[in-house]
Design a protein around this ligand. Structure first.
Ligand code: NAD
Length: 396
């Protein structure tokens, strides 16, 4: 019997990170989709030949037609849709960030910890074959004791609020084409997102570094709103100190001009060597490049086995994520070639939201933030980004 899957939110990640891979999985059947935007829903349902479509995601959840769901809606809708799905006994794969506040995380925790259905958070960087090789290398002591992990991750999204870009967007809108909606501009312009670039991107490397280096102890951050058209921060630098003593550094931006698909380069330094990786844009089908240096700085693994043609699809993080989700539902995680204990669940989803909230607290309250966050600190917490982050000033 195939696992009957539904998808909520039919945008970019639903297409590239979920639907494609359910379609390839012999044990899954993509049977239904939901999206309040009828154009997105129709296009998605037609391109993946999905039989049932719902404008209201709650109708899909209540339909009784699905065993499992991928929740790919904007951040603010995740909590409500997770709760309704879990209550209905549906297995859940929810996109990051799992929720937009710690309060929401706690409510989700109460729900998922009282059921036996599969609950998985889409921190898919853990599923990337290269990242799993690094995990193994660290566990095997191949670079000694790790003392630093860093990532430099940039994209460029122009300010949509002014000039030629605004004019072009308005023109297309008049012609009936809403480019902002089609390209997910809500992440730049909608306060419901709960945060800006860090809410969107920090969960990935906060999760991966925690997977590699263990529990964080405290977080410090600086954030900026480089373009006044954004409602939240669009650039940030975060340092994380781990209980092991290691340091993590995440440099993230939506404002850096450069290669068309941005930059995503990182390294882990250990007492007897270093590992460097250079990731292509995650929506492409290229492998992550991996290099390992020994103590004498000789490249020991310049041509990673992961660069061998044919391994490309096997290394796809999104495919491996979907395959593991379905295998866990079937109670056969062993059919996927990595341990089920590596799969990010509720505690991991909560940890990455905690990391984002701690980074905002650090930057906006100008202090180092100790973890774990106390409930008395995060309860009802709200950040006034527009007020606290004035636009950049040109130095005269
Ligand atoms: N894991 C990853 O690599 C990755 C990559 C991109 C996005 N994401 C996450 O996936 C989510 C969606 O991002 P995206 O880039 O696909 O956005 P998107 O704008 O491309 O797609 C979102 C879709 O959700 C629909 N939608 C809006 N409100 C909704 C609601 N209340 N319920 C259901 N659907 C609703 C929109 O009409 C749109 O079709 C975000 O939380 C984002 O952080 C994860």
């Amino acid at each position: 019997m195939k696992v009957k899957v539904g998808i909520i939110g039919c945008g970019t990640i639903a297409r590239l990170g979920h639907a494609l891979w359910y379609k390839e999985n012999p044990n899954a059947e993509l049977v239904a989709a939901a999206d309040p935007n009828e154009k997105h829903l129709d296009k998605f349902s037609r391109s993946f030949k999905i039989g049932k479509s719902y404008k209201d995601p709650m109708d899909l959840i209540e339909s009784g037609e699905i065993d499992a769901v991928s929740i790919c809606s904007p951040h603010w809708a995740h909590c409500e849709q997770v709760l309704a799905s879990v209550k209905r006994g549906i297995h859940v794969l929810v996109e990051k960030p799992m929720a937009v506040s710690m309060d929401e995380c706690d409510v989700i925790g109460d729900a998922v910890n009282s059921v036996k259905t599969v609950f998985q958070v889409a921190s898919q960087k853990r599923f990337e074959l290269t990242h799993q090789k690094i995990k193994e290398a660290l566990e095997n002591g191949e670079i000694g004791v790790p003392f630093q992990a860093s990532i430099y991750w940039y994209h460029y999204i122009p300010d949509l609020s002014t000039g030629l870009i605004r004019g072009t967007l308005n023109l297309f809108k008049k012609l009936g084409i809403d480019l902002e909606e089609n390209l997910g501009a809500w992440r730049l312009t909608d306060a419901r997102a709960g945060g800006g670039d860090l809410m969107d991107h920090l969960p990935h490397y906060y999760d991966l570094f925690r997977f590699w280096l263990g529990e964080p102890e405290h977080v410090s951050a600086e954030i900026s709103r480089v373009y006044p058209g954004r409602v939240h921060e669009d650039h940030g630098i975060i340092t994380i100190k781990y209980k092991s003593g290691a340091i993590g550094l995440v440099e993230r931006s939506q404002d850096v001009k450069g290669r068309p698909f941005g930059e995503e380069r990182g390294h882990v330094h250990g007492t007897s060597g270093s590992i460097y990786w250079d990731a292509p844009h995650e929506y492409t089908l290229k492998p992550v490049k991996l290099q390992k240096y020994s103590g004498t700085n000789i490249i020991t693994n310049k041509r990673s086995p992961l660069l061998v043609p044919g391994n490309f699809r096997k290394s796809r993080a999104y495919k491996r994520q979907a395959d593991m989700f379905i295998a866990r539902i079937m109670n056969q995680p062993e059919i996927v070639d990595f341990p089920a204990k590596w799969v990010p669940g509720y505690e991991d989803g909560r940890a990455h939201v905690e990391g984002v909230i701690a980074a905002y607290m650090s930057a906006l309250q100008r202090k180092k933030i100790e973890l774990p966050l106390k409930k008395s600190v995060y309860q009802g917490l709200h950040f006034d980004f527009e007020h606290l982050l004035p636009p950049l000033k040109q130095q005269k």
